[in-house]
Design a binder for this molecule. Structure first.
Ligand SMILES: *Cc1c(COP(=O)(O)O)cnc(C)c1O
Length: 428
């Protein structure tokens, strides 16, 4: 795997730990910060559900000279000269994306998951149109209609939630809202929903009201391509994803579809609708990611991610914690502090002090503000890349419990355990 060489003995130099590019950075000020971040990644247990550690090949591509090239347009249809090699880069990555997701068309230029979604909105909707998406406290994403996002400002947003007791999607509510509000677009997909999404049923509802169905699988795309979650195709009209979460690629977004007419609109929406020059270095890295994600090793990895997530859920439940929906089917879980004195924000900060990184998160019917929240989201994609196994999840749960159960107490003993785990599974 990874990453920046640990350069403690080399003074300030940040050095690519990769043959051809062995080159120390001249900018010492910036190198210091990158080195510090490298050390933080080594020394902390990373439980942010949307993060991961990329392979050395991916890191190399992202750090490559492809960043120098302007390539507005698409392979064979560029606005600038000198694109013969980047055309091959992008075409190869497109073919790999289509093969990985089993679909007819792929746009791999969006700079992020949010921009992939925006491209879909620009391609399919007009300002003022109605979108039906998942509310944020139920697990939805900002771009699915939050007031502060472009979607909330430019579209008429109707939100569905989850059942107040089971915390599972309430498909009757989705259907009722769809029939009442006749959205032009229904979005299925989430950032903190620990259960399986039923794409088929969403499509049936979309068909009943004549809406497009967008499946935003930003979090679960790694599970989908390895068969650990049902596939959004053939149900969704359009699928968007990030490439940097469970897919373990570079930071970026993709838009997929099987319909040629939609594909043309989406291409036009990404460029020239939303973006200028594509990030060719990131596109090359996405191509590597798609290849890596099609290997048996990657399937095995995702299996372990899900096993670890289930093990972490069990270990926390045994210690008296409540989980949103009572458990998890995927790579993440949300600890529910509703009714306890602890907020998500306080838990996040307390764990930070013992080098465990996670993020506060809303829970269904959260009584606290978006700043405080009543939940803590934990994911196992990153630690599993380091090699952590199910037995280690029990140690992590023990560390979390020791810390949260004694907020005023000493932190040294917990830090020691975290250190020992991180040393057992170094990032290389
Ligand atoms: C992470 C995420 C996104 C956005 O990805 P960015 O790359 O951060 O813009 C979109 N949708 C969902 C469901 C996500 O979880």
């Amino acid at each position: 795997m990874t990453q920046w060489q640990n350069t403690e003995q080399q003074g300030h130099a940040v050095t690519h730990n990769i043959g051809l590019m062995h080159h120390a950075m001249m900018d010492q000020e910036m190198a210091n910060f990158i080195n510090a971040e490298n050390k933080r990644q080594q020394d902390h247990i990373e439980l942010i559900a949307s993060e991961n550690f990329v392979s050395r090949d991916i890191l190399m591509a992202v750090g490559s000279i492809l960043t120098n090239k302007y390539a507005e347009g698409y392979p064979g249809k560029r606005y600038y000269g000198g694109c013969e090699y980047v055309d091959q880069v992008e075409q190869l990555a497109i073919e790999r994306a289509k093969s990985l997701f089993g679909c007819g068309f792929a746009n791999i230029q969006p700079h992020s998951g949010s921009q992939a979604n925006q491209a879909v909105f620009l391609a399919l909707l007009n300002p003022g149109d109605t979108i039906l998406g998942m509310s944020m406290d139920a697990g939805g994403h900002l771009t699915h209609g939050a007031k502060v996002s472009l979607t909330g400002k430019w579209f008429n947003i109707v939100s569905y939630g989850v059942h107040p007791v089971s915390h599972r999607l309430d498909m009757d509510q989705v259907r009722d809202l769809a029939k009442k509000h006749r959205p032009k677009l229904i979005i299925v997909g989430a950032s903190s929903y620990p259960r399986v999404l039923n794409f088929k049923e969403f499509r049936e509802i979309a068909d009943e009201v004549g809406a497009f169905l967008l499946a935003d699988v930003a979090h679960i795309s790694g599970l989908i391509v390895t068969g650990h979650h049902p596939h959004p195709f053939p149900h969704a009209h359009v699928v968007t994803s990030t490439t940097h979460k469970t897919l373990r690629g570079p930071r970026g977004g993709i838009v997929l579809t099987n319909e040629e007419g939609l594909a043309k609109k989406i291409d036009g929406a990404v460029f020239p609708g939303l973006q200028g020059g594509p990030l060719m270095h990131v596109i090359a890295a996405k191509g590597i990611c798609f290849k890596e994600a099609s290997t048996p090793e990657f399937s095995h990895y995702i299996r372990s991610v899900c096993d670890n997530s289930a093990a972490l859920g069990r270990a926390l439940t045994q210690r008296g914690y409540h989980l949103v929906s009572g458990g998890t089917d995927n790579h993440l879980l949300v600890v529910d502090f509703s009714g306890s004195a602890l907020s998500g924000q306080a838990a996040q900060q307390a764990l930070e002090a013992v080098r465990i990184t996670a993020n506060k998160n809303g829970v269904p019917n959260d009584q606290r503000s978006y700043v405080q929240t009543s939940g803590l989201r934990l994911g196992t994609a990153a630690v599993t890349t380091r090699g952590f196994m199910a037995a280690d999840m029990d140690i992590i749960a023990q560390c979390i419990h020791q810390r949260l159960n004694d907020l005023g107490g000493p932190v040294d003993a917990v830090i020691k355990q975290v250190q020992a785990l991180c040393r057992t599974y170094p990032l290389q």
